[in-house]
Design a protein around this ligand. Structure first.
Ligand code: DGP
Length: 116
């Protein structure tokens, strides 16, 4: 999709530090890491957000979670990790292309946000 930064990364038009790639999924390090390991896992095909997942395009989401499980081993996250999807304005989604943050390498906080 024109003007989508993650479509451009998926197409190789913008460089990224890739950790995994296959026909439908790409994983690369986040520009602004929030943990020692912080990778974004995206479908190569444009899906704007988690709110746009349908029976027709949801297969890639299962595949993304298979990739996350593999990456958690490759990145040495045996002690655990967190997967985050930010969706929409209230969810603080800043890039309008579906992506899952895989974060690990440190103890996470919970709850992850202030209550009020
Ligand atoms: P979100 O708030 O969930 O939409 O997170 C988007 C993330 O994408 C944010 O953590 C920063 C990251 N990001 C934005 N632009 C780029 C980029 O050009 N390259 C990489 N590697 N990460 C980016």
């Amino acid at each position: 999709m024109a003007d989508c930064i993650f479509c451009k990364i998926a197409a190789g038009e913008i460089p990224s530090k890739k950790v995994y790639e296959d026909e439908t999924v790409l994983a690369f390090y986040d520009l602004d890491p929030q943990a020692p390991a912080h990778v974004l896992v995206i479908p190569k095909a444009h899906i704007a957000s988690a709110a746009e997942i349908t029976p027709e395009n949801s297969g890639v989401v299962g595949h993304i979670f298979e990739v996350i499980a593999k990456l958690s081993q490759d990145l040495g996250l045996e002690k655990g990790f967190r997967v985050i999807n930010n969706c929409g304005e209230d969810g603080m989604q800043s890039v309008q292309h579906l992506h899952f943050h895989l974060l690990g390498g440190r103890k996470m906080g919970w709850p992850p946000f202030p209550k009020d």
